[in-house]
Design a protein around this ligand. Structure first.
Ligand SMILES: Cc1cc2nc3c(=O)[nH]c(=O)nc-3n(C[C@H](O)[C@H](O)[C@H](O)COP(=O)(O)OP(=O)(O)OC[C@H]3O[C@@H](n4cnc5c(N)ncnc54)[C@H](O)[C@@H]3O)c2cc1C
Length: 496
């Protein structure tokens, strides 16, 4: 993604991009669920959506279904969209709280277009009329990450990226400045450069290995440290959402792709051993397995800075946050996007470095707090992990957000970083945190009028969703991986 992004946006006259990777080491390759900003990234580097989806066996994603999270038997969707009408702004959930106080037992999910579509297994592109209820959502993809990286390679090599196959044996550093000067390959080849982007995954060869940037451990808040990913056969009805199901010592995911289903168990080795986790995962699967689960080990946290000297780390080499909210590929994308306006024109400029690191701190910490929220706000009684998470101290930044919502239904809006108020609202309510009061301004509208408006909105969403195509059928028409020669329908034709 980094090479593809830079090759698409930087004039060739200004730099030469060389990408070093090793087929023998390979990639982690388990990132299958993405977030809506990936579409902006793909658009900005000139990727044709349907073509990419066919090449990666992709499906559409409208959100994430959290099963058994707040308490056993519960289910809520974190949608890629707002609750309420297009122009509801922050008013909607206060109006909904008032309707509850008046005795209406409407589920908040009935007021989210994205959730209603997801639950009905339907998909259509968002309407371009921003006032329309069916414009109130965004979408992302589930895709085969290994195929996506191959796809990016195919479009990036003709744009000037040269790929060097082989293993890095050593990293040369300037003894005076501390800058990285060159990579030395096992073959003996020496690759010199001005600026190095460390995309070496958990190894963090340059940033940690050579420059010694320290790790900040967040595992006291996010105790999961193992994953057992495994593919199963394609599921019958392709859902336009990821499902994440809470388990006794973590959670498992289920991601529908066109050719198979991605599954895996993310767990904490403090609360379950590997054999037991493997057994629980295998027992929980709905489709026949296609491979053996392989164990991945990690720790939640990040490098204290992502950029030091002339080396900037992107992806797992800069940090790891578990895939509960599909944020890792987003963090790669956002690192590239933050780098572009800060590209160095001389060897070292500490102000650029500090600015980049500050922006990435905000990104990481916002995501960290959002993930912790899912664990902390639970009333599960069945196991030690959930009891631990419920009683643990959380970062002050998160404590403050929970307090504001609990006491007055306020969801803070910040300028930078992922997860805007609609996401926080969905997870607060989904995990069972109900505000004690709604905002008194809501009483300005007569109650009867408010109930009528909400009732109409609810019915409108339901009617519109009924008119949408099934997710599986739109995939066949728009991006059928099995029949790449199928006629391409354009976005405009697919809109409601
Ligand atoms: C269980 C799990 C599930 C995940 N699910 C999701 C998800 O649903 N959504 C999401 O957004 N993210 C997810 N992620 C994260 C996602 O997999 C990664 O962010 C993504 O794969 C990018 O990884 P990377 O490129 O940083 O590292 P890697 O994929 O590990 O790539 C490292 C590269 O460096 C090369 N390399 C390393 N050492 C050397 C060397 N000595 N010489 C030469 N080359 C070398 C390797 O060959 C490879 O090309 C998940 C992660 C895990 C662990």
């Amino acid at each position: 993604m980094t090479a593809a992004g830079l090759a698409a946006m930087l004039p060739r006259s200004r730099c030469t991009i060389r990408l070093v990777e090793s087929d023998e080491i390979g990639i982690v390759g388990v990132g299958e669920a993405t977030l809506p900003p990936i579409k902006n990234f793909n658009d900005s580097i000139g990727i044709d959506e349907a073509d990419m989806m066919r090449a990666t066996n992709a499906t559409f994603k409208l959100g994430i279904d959290f099963v058994d999270w707040g308490f056993e038997g519960s289910s809520y969707v974190h949608p890629f969209g707002i609750h309420g009408a297009a122009d509801s702004g922050h008013r909607f959930h206060h109006q909904w709280l008032r309707s509850r106080a008046a005795g209406r037992d409407w589920s908040v999910e009935d007021f989210s277009f994205a959730i209603a579509a997801a639950r009905a297994n339907r998909f259509a592109f968002p309407a371009s009329n921003k006032q329309a209820i069916n414009s109130t959502f965004a979408y992302a993809y589930h895709f085969d990450a290994s195929l996506y990286s191959k796809y990016l390679r195919r479009i990036s090599e003709p744009r000037g990226v040269s790929r060097i196959e082989g293993k890095v044996r050593d990293i040369e550093q300037d003894p005076e400045s501390g800058d990285i000067r060159a990579l030395v390959m096992e073959s003996g080849e020496r690759i010199a450069g001005d600026f190095f982007i460390d995309c070496s995954g958990f190894r963090s060869l340059m940033l940690a290995g050579k420059l010694g940037v320290e790790w900040e451990d967040w595992s006291k808040w996010l105790p999961c440290d193992r994953a057992l990913p495994l593919p199963t056969e394609r599921c019958g009805d392709l859902t336009p959402y990821t499902r994440v199901i809470a388990m006794k010592a973590g959670w498992r995911w289920r991601i529908p792709l066109q050719h198979r289903t991605g599954n895996g168990y993310v767990f904490s080795s403090r609360f379950i051993d590997e054999d037991k986790a493997r057994e629980e995962l295998l027992q929980s699967l709905d489709e026949p397995t296609l491979a053996e689960p392989r164990l991945l080990k990690f720790q939640a946290g990040r490098r204290l800075s992502s950029w030091r000297r002339n080396c900037l780390a992107v992806g797992l080499s800069s940090g790891f946050l578990e895939p509960l909210e599909s944020t890792s590929i987003y963090l790669i994308q956002v690192a590239i996007m933050h780098l572009l306006p800060l590209l160095p024109t001389r060897r070292h400029d500490q102000r650029l470095v500090d600015e980049f690191n500050l922006r990435m701190d905000v990104e990481y910490e916002r995501i960290r707090d959002f993930l912790i929220l899912h664990y902390h706000l639970n009333s599960r009684q069945d196991s030690e992990l959930w009891r631990y998470c419920r009683s643990m101290d959380v970062p002050e930044s998160l404590e403050r957000k929970m307090h504001l919502f609990r006491h007055s239904g306020v969801v803070p809006q910040y300028k930078d970083g992922l997860f805007t108020p609609p996401s926080w609202l969905a997870v607060f309510l989904g995990q069972g945190l109900m505000p004690e009061h709604y905002n008194p301004l809501t009483d300005a509208m007569p109650l009867e009028q408010l109930l009528d408006e909400l009732g109409e909105l609810r019915a409108d969403i339901s009617d519109r969703v009924e008119e949408m195509p099934r997710h599986a059928s739109i995939l066949v028409r728009y991006a059928n991986a099995a029949q790449p020669s199928d006629a391409l329908l354009h976005e405009a034709e697919m809109r409601l």
